[in-house]
Write a protein of this length. Structure first.
Length: 504
């Protein structure tokens, strides 16, 4: 090898691990090229602690930035790659197989299906979000729409649903209603940025002032989730969040997925990665396990397995290889064998018997709220993201976290009714986010994204399907083979890319 020699490289890696940090592939290759990797690592760790306590992954990008600041002036150091990191985390000191699972299904919308009428459905949505506003100190004094119309000429807050919306010359005009009546509301140019995120069927709290026969908005407040300290596990176990296998498609990332399964078994990766694998207690599969049969006609030509039973049979073969100490949770997506409109029932056993027989699985509907060692994880495949991305200016699949953020702000998983996302009219709207999640996990859009909102972790877990001709036509570039691994004690995550060979 080039650089400072194998022994010094090992010392550098050991120093990072013992200090509670991980190396990504780029940083590892960075050190291989360096003449004195141990000294570089020592200086890097010192500098990282000074710069930020929020970084726990050592990367080439970070090392490169420190080098440019004059901290690491070494010859032979290559250009940086990319960094994915958040906060400090110690290497796991336990094995997940020694820890009893602690998992509860708190809400499972797919098991609560009893049809109502559309009026009852929207009444349930409105009342659910009204209660959320009443729990907030800054909006609990808001008035019903009818009472707001009878107030004198002063500012007043009112809670309602957007029934109509139209725009002209930078202004937006709403018909704002509740269960008793409706009023016209003007969103002036001063609120143009906020107005772009206002669309039909949202429940909002708007501060207004009367002007002639309408109201002029002064402030728009979304229900939003509270900014509070999240729950954390008592033990440093990990949850792997993934989705969108699309097994059955010719574009299924088979080699990368095989590496992923081998890693879960402790058979792939360097010593540090294998130690992380030993601490994995949960595997969350958030929909679209198969390519299914409910696809665009041009995509049917891309099937390897023509029947959905054969596709689930292949999924079962992979899942059988997952170690028994890992608890596997499966939620459906729109390509799976389930009902068409939200909420989705758990995957149908009639079409996926091989999946049910392969091992013990926790099968939930879509959406579902589960607890992992006290950490509340909201699972939602993400169908409603399409409508939000198509509606809000500036939103795109390349930055799906912004659309996820807006869903949390709306406290609803499919806030736009009647666009592209089918919704069953149930007597209790199961898509209202009634309880604050610590982790919000979606899939569906095939693009990995990770961010935080009010200290809740948002992760879209990407996919295991390379770009299809249909996606290319739509301008969607998937990020296949990328897997976030979440430490439930620290809520820090490691992001692994299994499309790379070898990994480390």
């Amino acid at each position: 090898m080039r650089g400072g020699g194998e022994e010094e490289l090992k010392r550098a890696v050991r120093l990072a691990v013992e200090s509670g940090y991980f190396l990504d592939e780029g940083a590892f290759r960075f050190l291989i090229e360096a003449k004195n990797p141990y000294d570089i690592m020592a200086k890097a760790l010192s500098r990282m602690r000074e710069l930020s306590k929020e970084t726990f992954i050592i990367t080439a990008d970070l090392l490169g930035s420190i080098a440019r600041e004059g901290v690491l002036r070494e010859e032979g150091v290559k250009a940086p790659v990319k960094v994915l990191a958040e906060r400090p985390v110690k290497m796991p000191l336990i094995r997940a197989r020694d820890i009893e699972p602690d998992i509860r299904v708190l809400e499972d919308a797919g098991r609560e299906i009893a049809l109502s009428d559309f009026l009852g459905y929207f009444k349930s949505r409105f009342e659910g979000l009204w209660k959320i506003f009443q729990q907030r100190s800054d909006t609990r004094d808001a008035l019903p729409v009818v009472r707001a119309t009878s107030t004198p000429d002063e500012e007043v807050r009112m809670i309602g649903m957007v029934r109509e919306r139209r725009s002209k010359d930078g202004r937006a005009f709403l018909v704002f209603e509740d269960l008793e009546g409706s009023v016209p509301v003007l969103l002036p140019i001063e609120l143009a940025a906020s107005a772009q995120r206002v669309f039909l069927d949202q429940v909002l709290c708007i501060t207004v002032r009367r002007w002639r026969r309408m109201f002029i908005a002064r402030e728009i407040v979304w229900p939003d989730i509270p900014d509070i300290e999240p729950n954390r596990a008592d033990v440093p176990v990990y949850a792997v969040l993934t989705s969108d296998f699309h097994i059955g498609s010719k574009m299924f990332a088979e080699k990368a997925f095989g590496r992923f399964i081998r890693w879960l078994r402790g058979e792939y990766g360097d010593a540090a990665l294998r130690e992380v694998a030993q601490a994995v207690k949960y595997l969350i599969i958030n929909g679209d396990l198969v390519d299914g049969v409910k696809v665009h006609s041009r995509e049917r030509e891309e099937f390897v397995y023509k029947s959905i039973q054969d596709q689930y049979g292949r999924v079962a073969e992979y899942i059988k290889r997952i170690p028994d100490h890992i608890t596997v949770v499966v939620s459906p997506g729109d390509h799976d064998a389930t009902n068409t409109a939200l909420p989705h029932m758990p995957i149908s056993r009639d079409h996926a018997d091989a999946l049910y027989e392969c091992r013990d699985l926790i099968m939930v509907g879509n959406p579902a709220l589960i607890s992992l060692h006290g950490v509340k994880v909201l699972l939602y495949h993400g169908e409603g993201l399409d409508d939000v991305i198509a509606t809000v200016p500036g939103f795109s699949y390349e930055n799906v976290a912004e659309a996820m953020r807006l869903l949390l702000q709306c406290r609803h998983l499919a806030p736009i009714y009647g666009k592209g996302t089918g919704i069953l009219p149930l007597p209790r709207d199961p898509l209202v986010i009634r309880e604050r999640p610590d982790v919000f996990h979606t899939g569906h859009v095939h693009v990995f994204s990770q961010a935080q909102h009010n200290r809740a972790i948002m992760i879209n877990s990407g996919c295991w399907q390379f770009e299809t001709p249909y996606q290319r036509q739509k301008g969607l570039t998937p990020t296949a083979g990328i897997v976030p691994v979440l430490n439930l004690q620290t809520l820090s995550s490691i992001t692994l890319d299994f499309t790379r060979e070898p990994y480390f």
